[in-house]
Design a protein around this ligand. Structure first.
Ligand code: ZN
Length: 686
């Protein structure tokens, strides 16, 4: 519910940017030099990058060992996510990989290349639906060609487990892969349809939206101040006509993968940095063993209160973006360690959290009297797993349970080495030259872009999501599917509003009162214009963060028409954002923040729906056509994913660990194939 997903505005970074942010962790040590290969692969609408892990070699041996075991645990959950996304995903992937590795025929034909691209695409999406648009990825090779490939491989070399024959597998997966009307969307949010029955995700099977809602409504305890996250770790099915949960735990669904995750966590517990961290790992193991959501809350409380450990990690069923009902946690993992230097920035923000809350332009009734435990830090990602791989967020804010956030606060991180890799890969790509109005915007972006990008993320994560409160009796899920985009809008507006505050200069976070302007410009340019490149023509905006950015940008343009604050101007048949009055724009951001906070605090579903549907969903086809043409001329990939570094244990002749090495030379294809060999123990269908 609370991630800043993927690139926010980093794609806008200027060609010659040197990433001269304060306290940045530019990869200057560990042999990560100017020759570091940030670009790893390119196909369809995807570019695959590498991220450096500066500082890893300077960690202590126990810390490195801890990262190693946690990184193994992070990779063991990969197939859980694949299966969560759709129950045919594992079969399709294994059949495609079997062909890819064993087919002896012509591998130079156009159709083979299309087949290879398809495999790379589904690796990127952890399944057959696009990771961002949710649409089914349609193969650009024929069904007959695919059948010929599958039948052209020695069946003994194919991963037909469970005694399944090629014909049987094909009968099952061909319509799923090739028929555009079969499960076209991973998550369907179209109002008026049964969003459970029509979504491809494997969170529900054989049940209707009404049945699931009735099932979970019956579990609600309105008087309980500390409710568990109902439904977070289970699939809902029917057994003998009765709606039932299949829990994801040891001995339950996903047993085999969870058993291996536990195995690595047990090793990690031995080398934990301190007792608090050991307890976190132990509670997580317990929860994986018994599936008890109360135990998950115990773990979350322990986790959020650990601010001392250098190494940290997420591992489990966390974010609920991919469930149309927002209940089911997608499996994800990220292992990281604190970047000490860069964390000074977020420490300053965190130390002043109460000042920001008190001065927020929202109604006093919705303000927190005391902002609790906003812990913030800048981290270096060491491994990405599950829903954080290959596409990854640049910031994370957890836990999601409202009562834990209320009583214990939340932990916020910005992931510096990922942001850094985006910036390096975007150097010289011509984007700002094409889409910014004039040299003055480009110069500001060059001078302040990376710094304000990072600050935006910090303010969004450290303060934005944690700000404000619900009125008594208002349930956090009353906004339903509109809750996520509105929550993201709230956090973004909080960040935008304060980026222009003199307080940031006073705190030493920004050098002057000019810097924020590039954040404003880039935000509106992205939300009103350039993010349209990420939507397929004919589709609406679906993803929560994109809806949020469209909502804010287009509302502001709409509201400022009379006052001429922001305009969309045509020049040579190209549309540009022009900002005429930055101070008044700030006031508009403040006004919208106040309204979005009111909607959330009061649970005003109708107003929330109106805002999202009016500004956050629709696409202007003419504008999109223009933007796509301009974008196509730049030949850039709208989506980025990452390959992970490779860690290896070094042992002496007695088997004692003496070091952990890191290397960066594995290719995208090799890594995916290796993960499929090493970390794939689930049955074909779950
Ligand atoms: Zn967010």
């Amino acid at each position: 519910m609370k991630k800043v997903i993927y690139m926010l505005t980093t794609i806008l970074l200027l060609g010659a940017c040197t990433h001269d942010k304060q306290g940045g962790n530019g990869p200057t040590d560990d042999g990560i030099d100017s020759a570091f290969a940030y670009k790893a692969d390119r196909f369809a609408d995807i570019e695959i990058l590498r991220y450096p892990v500066p500082g890893f070699n300077s960690l202590s041996l126990p810390q490195k060992e801890l990262i190693y075991y946690l990184s193994q645990a992070a990779l063991e959950g990969r197939d859980i996510l694949w299966d969560q996304h759709n129950r045919y995903n594992l079969t399709i992937r294994r059949v495609c990989e079997g062909v890819y590795e064993n087919y002896m025929g012509d591998k130079t034909s156009e159709e083979w290349k299309q087949f290879e691209t398809y495999l790379k695409q589904i690796w990127m999406a952890n399944g057959i639906h696009h990771h961002y648009s949710e649409d089914k990825i349609m193969p650009q090779f024929s069904r007959d060609y695919f059948v010929s490939l599958v039948k052209g491989v020695d069946p003994g070399r194919m991963p037909f487990r469970d005694g399944m024959a090629a014909d049987e597998a094909l009968t099952e997966i061909l319509p799923v892969m090739f028929d555009p009307t079969v499960i076209p969307k991973r998550m369907n949010q179209t109002p008026g349809t049964d969003i459970v029955a029509t979504s491809a995700v494997n969170f529900y099977e054989g049940v209707t939206q009404q049945e699931v809602e009735a099932f979970y409504n019956a579990k609600k305890e309105p008087a309980n101040e500390t409710p568990v996250s109902y439904g977070l770790n289970s699939k809902v099915t029917k057994v003998n006509g009765v709606v039932t949960e299949q829990v994801w735990k040891l001995g339950g669904m996903y047993d085999k993968a969870i058993e291996r995750i536990i195995g690595w966590l047990e090793k990690a517990a031995v080398v934990a940095e301190n007792d608090h961290q050991k307890e976190i790992i132990t509670l997580l193991i317990d929860y994986y063993r018994n599936g008890d959501l109360k135990r998950f809350d115990d773990y979350s409380v322990k986790w959020v209160t650990d601010t001392a450990s250098r190494v940290d990690f997420i591992n489990g069923f966390m974010e609920t973006y991919t469930d149309p009902l927002g209940l089911k946690g997608s499996w994800e993992s990220m292992v990281n360690f604190k970047s000490e230097e860069a964390s000074k920035r977020t420490q300053i923000i965190s130390d002043n959290a109460q000042w920001f809350e008190d001065h927020s332009p929202i109604d006093d009734r919705f303000k927190k009297e005391k902002v609790k435990g906003v812990s913030a830090k800048v981290i270096t990602a060491a491994i990405l797993g599950g829903d954080c791989y290959p596409a990854t967020p640049i910031g994370i804010n957890l836990p999601n349970a409202d009562w834990i956030r209320r009583d214990h606060g939340s932990k916020s991180v910005s992931i510096d080495n990922i942001t850094f890799a985006y910036a390096k890969a975007a150097e010289g790509n011509g984007f700002n030259e094409e889409f910014m109005w004039s040299d003055s915007e480009r110069e500001l972006a060059k001078k302040y872009g990376p710094l304000t990008d990072n600050l935006h993320t910090d303010l969004h994560e450290c303060l934005g999501h944690g700000s404000g409160k619900l009125l008594p009796g208002v349930s956090s899920d009353v906004l339903q599917a509109y809750g996520s985009p509105l929550e993201e809008a709230r956090a973004d507006l909080f960040a935008l509003y304060y980026l222009a505050d003199p307080k940031l200069v006073e705190l030493g976070l920004l050098p002057d009162r000019e810097a924020y302007k590039t954040a404003y410009y880039s935000y509106l340019m992205n939300g009103a214009i350039t993010q349209l490149t990420r939507i397929q023509p004919g589709k609406e905006i679906e993803e929560a963060h994109m809806r949020n950015r469209a909502l804010i940008s287009r509302w502001v343009v709409d509201q400022s028409q009379a006052a001429n604050v922001v305009e969309l101007i045509q020049r040579d048949n190209k549309t540009y954002v022009v900002i005429n009055d930055y101070e008044k724009l700030r006031a508009l951001f403040g006004a919208l923040l106040s309204e979005v906070q009111r909607i959330k605090s009061e649970g005003d579903y109708v107003a929330g729906k109106n805002l999202v549907e009016s500004y956050g969903v629709k696409v202007d086809p003419k504008l999109q056509e223009e933007v796509l043409a301009r974008y196509a001329a730049l030949n850039l990939a709208p989506y980025k994913g990452f390959v992970n570094p490779v860690y290896q244990l070094v042992t002496d002749k007695n088997g004692k660990v003496t070091d952990v090495t890191i290397s960066y030379d594995e290719s995208y294809v090799d890594q995916q194939l290796r993960y499929s060999r090493q970390y794939s123990v689930l049955p074909l269908k779950n």
